[in-house]
Design a protein around this ligand. Sequence first.
Ligand SMILES: [Zn+2]
Length: 109
Amino acid sequence: MISADLLRRIRNDLPMPVTIAHLGREGPPSKMSEGYFRFLCPRCGEMPATVNPRNNLAHCFSCQKNLNNIDLLMTLDYDFRSAVALLERYLKEHEQLQKAKNQSANGKR
Ligand SMILES: [Zn+2]
């Protein structure tokens, strides 16, 4: 069973740029521009989708769709379960990294 809480964390707490960095060559081409992280919309392939850091959703102005982490993996032919399993791994890694960062920041004070 996949819990609602896990799904929420995967959608909200795992920044899309982190997911795309993990995907590497498997993921869509991406870049930072004007302070926003953008990646080529995997749905239409026509325009870069822009990630809104406030809700962690990528919006494509060409197909007018929002994509979250799970949607992104599903456009890359993952089924729902394997998308969630992979994102859970990325999320855990990301949380550990954040924790380590916080600890070293605290250590400097
Ligand atoms: Zn699109």
